[in-house]
Ligand binder design. Structure first.
Ligand code: HEC
Ligand code: HEC
Ligand code: HEC
Ligand code: HEC
Length: 506
């Protein structure tokens, strides 16, 4: 081949072609470089702090100035427009859907009101609205302690930092009403200086210590579940640790299973309330979501809560964590299809199938429990002795604990269908045993016919059956919301105006 200079001399157009080709390539390279620079400056912009605030800054909007994408997606937890077959962000009146629960909780505040949750954005609003916290007006205290605020938002670590956890828990619920005003947010899960995930709730750290584990050595992937385990877990209020304080604890010293926690509670003869019909010493499971998740196949394969409920998403070339914590079924492509090749329809069907099957058995267990409570009531009426009832009441306690353990976490039947199904099955067995004993006792007491199943086909009928005066309860609540809550809000506004926030750029 001839040298290039000779070729160009023979065919001058070849020179021009080479010239324009080179210019074109240089131009395209320039475009690419400028696009990269732009994206980089965008990335730098996203992480350049705009404001400086304290470690315990509770206001999510202030953090949001530095992290607009995370904040914008966090704010989406205010949406209430997604409903799956059993869950989602629409508030569901669970007592209306399933009035048997009213009877199961007779004598306990859950029989007054129990809703399927909406989302993190509503944590403070919903605890004010729910009938369980009562109507503390005219100096009348709430029936609940301040401990109930613990999972509601970033004002909790702020106040705990000021006065310590025990003093935080001390007193009835209305006394810290003006303090806890910001819903679940940044400071609950993040360290303000490093933005690392952090555990802000002492109960979880202490429970790990009692198990001989140091939570600060948890891996990054474990932390992506442990931040949720601060709240989505079973807990109870311990009265023995500090005089006059209902101290938040996790009953995990013997393990995380329904049986291990049941033994823990039995050994300390703990009960949440005495059942109004059967007089059984009852346990209320809170929401052992983390405990049950740990028994499932996803946990076994190292999939974290955040992998499904806070997947990575992309916007303007920027990959970030979707802070719209919600049902993953509203976003199957980001939540499931990063790992699974199946179509959306198939994955949703997989979830529903597991839920349907568990709920079928759960409903059966509920019916057996309603019958056991009503039959025990009859036995008392016919003159049964404490001694005759003791064993039976212990069975009712255990069977209902297992029902609640399995049912209270709304994700359980997907997170770990086999374990959830197993716990319900053991509950059915124990409930039936209690009813065999009851049948024997009732016949000894001269009654050998079926005790009729009560008409509890609606929430209103069930509440009337256990003797609740809902009209008065609702009217008192409305007065509290109209008169007391605005005062709390004003007080909080005044306090927040004194927090130090430093603007770095104008
Ligand atoms: C319920 C816990 C939780 C809350 C509340 C929360 N985050 Fe996060 N955040 C996470 C998790 C989990 C990650 C992923 C961290 C990882 O894997 O390193 C994350 C990641 C981040 C990151 C790192 C970049 C990214 O997007 O992955 C930033 C910045 C951030 N969050 C800001 C915020 C801000 C601002 C708020 C309040 C509006 C907030 N977070 C509230 C759990 C939370
Ligand atoms: C500070 C306590 C707290 C932390 C931390 C927390 N949650 Fe929640 N979560 C709540 C409360 C309280 C609600 C109910 C809020 C409402 O609707 O009033 C809730 C509601 C939810 C809901 C929707 C409501 C439902 O049950 O249908 C989902 C999903 C959820 N949380 C998942 C998570 C995940 C995943 C994490 C960890 C990344 C997490 N949460 C961390 C307290 C917390
Ligand atoms: C980070 C990866 C990952 C994500 C995200 C994920 N999965 Fe999985 N999933 C797995 C692995 C791994 C297994 C175990 C299968 C195996 O090892 O063969 C599994 C198993 C399953 C199974 C069968 C196990 C059972 O319970 O019977 C179903 C169903 C399933 N996933 C559905 C889902 C759905 C629905 C989502 C989204 C809400 C999801 N997965 C999100 C990794 C993932
Ligand atoms: C493999 C994916 C996956 C993992 C991991 C996972 N979840 Fe879920 N979660 C789901 C699915 C699917 C549902 C059912 C949603 C529905 O029915 O709409 C669900 C439901 C829930 C709900 C009820 C949501 C609602 O809309 O009412 C909560 C709360 C929850 N999960 C919390 C957690 C917590 C806390 C963890 C970690 C301990 C966790 N999840 C781990 C997939 C997952």
């Amino acid at each position: 081949m001839k040298p290039i200079s000779e070729q160009i001399r023979q065919k001058p157009w070849l020179g021009w072609l080479l010239f324009f080709l080179t210019a074109g390539v240089v131009f395209l390279l320039g475009l690419l470089a400028s696009s990269i620079m732009e994206r980089r400056s965008e990335a730098v912009f996203a992480f350049t702090p705009q404001v400086e605030y304290g470690q315990f800054e509770p206001r999510n909007a202030i953090w949001g100035e530095n992290f607009p994408r995370e904040y914008q997606s966090y704010k989406q937890t205010s949406r209430t427009d997604f409903q799956s077959k059993y869950n989602g962000s629409v508030m569901i009146d669970m007592l209306e859907v399933d009035p048997r629960m009213v009877v199961l909780w007779a004598g306990y505040s859950f029989s007054k009101g129990y809703n399927q949750a909406r989302g993190h954005y509503y944590a403070v609003e919903d605890i004010r609205n729910i009938l369980r916290t009562g109507a503390p007006v005219d100096g009348k205290p709430s029936p609940m302690p301040n401990t109930c605020w613990t999972c509601k938002g970033p004002d909790v670590p702020r106040v705990m930092n000021e006065i310590g956890p025990a003093e935080f828990y001390r007193g009835t619920w209305e006394s810290k009403g003006p303090e806890i005003v910001n819903a679940i947010g940044c400071a609950d899960c993040h360290d303000a200086r490093t933005m690392n995930l952090r555990i802000s709730r002492p109960a979880l750290i202490e429970a790990y210590e009692r198990l001989g584990k140091d939570i600060s050595t948890a891996s990054h992937q474990e932390m992506r579940s442990l931040v949720c385990a601060q709240c989505h877990v079973e807990y109870y209020f311990n009265l023995e640790k500090f005089e006059g304080i209902e101290y938040l604890m996790h009953p995990w010293d013997n393990g995380f299973s329904a049986e291990a926690m049941e033994t823990y509670y039995d050994n300390m003869e703990f009960s949440d309330w005495t059942h109004a019909l059967s007089r059984a010493p009852m346990l209320k499971a809170q929401h052992p979501g983390y405990e049950i998740y740990k028994t499932g196949v996803h946990a076994a394969r190292g999939v974290s809560c955040a992998d499904c409920h806070m997947p990575y998403i992309s916007e303007g070339g920027q990959k970030f964590t979707d802070h719209h914590v919600q049902s993953p079924l509203n976003n199957v492509s980001a939540s499931c299809q990063v790992c699974h090749r199946e179509e959306t329809d198939q994955l949703v069907k997989d979830v529903y199938e597991r839920q349907d099957r568990i709920i079928q058995n759960r409903d059966k267990l509920e019916e057996l429990l309603v019958r056991a409570h009503v039959e025990a009531k009859k036995a008392w009426e016919l003159g049964a002795s404490e001694q005759q009832m003791k064993d039976i009441l212990q069975d009712i306690r255990h069977a209902q604990w297992r029902w609640d353990y399995a049912a209270a976490g709304h994700g359980n039947s997907f997170h770990s269908p086999v374990e959830t199904g197993r716990v319900i099955t053991t509950g059915i067995t124990i409930a039936q045993e209690s009813r065999i004993k009851l049948a024997r006792l009732l016949s000894e007491l001269g009654h050998n016919r079926e005790i009729p199943y009560p008409d509890i086909s609606t929430k209103a009928k069930a509440q009337a059956f256990i003797g609740l005066d809902m009209k008065t309860l609702n009217a008192e609540k409305q007065r509290f919301l109209d008169e007391v809550v605005p005062i709390w809000e004003k007080e909080a506004e005044k306090r927040e105006a004194t927090y130090k926030v430093h603007t770095l750029f104008d």
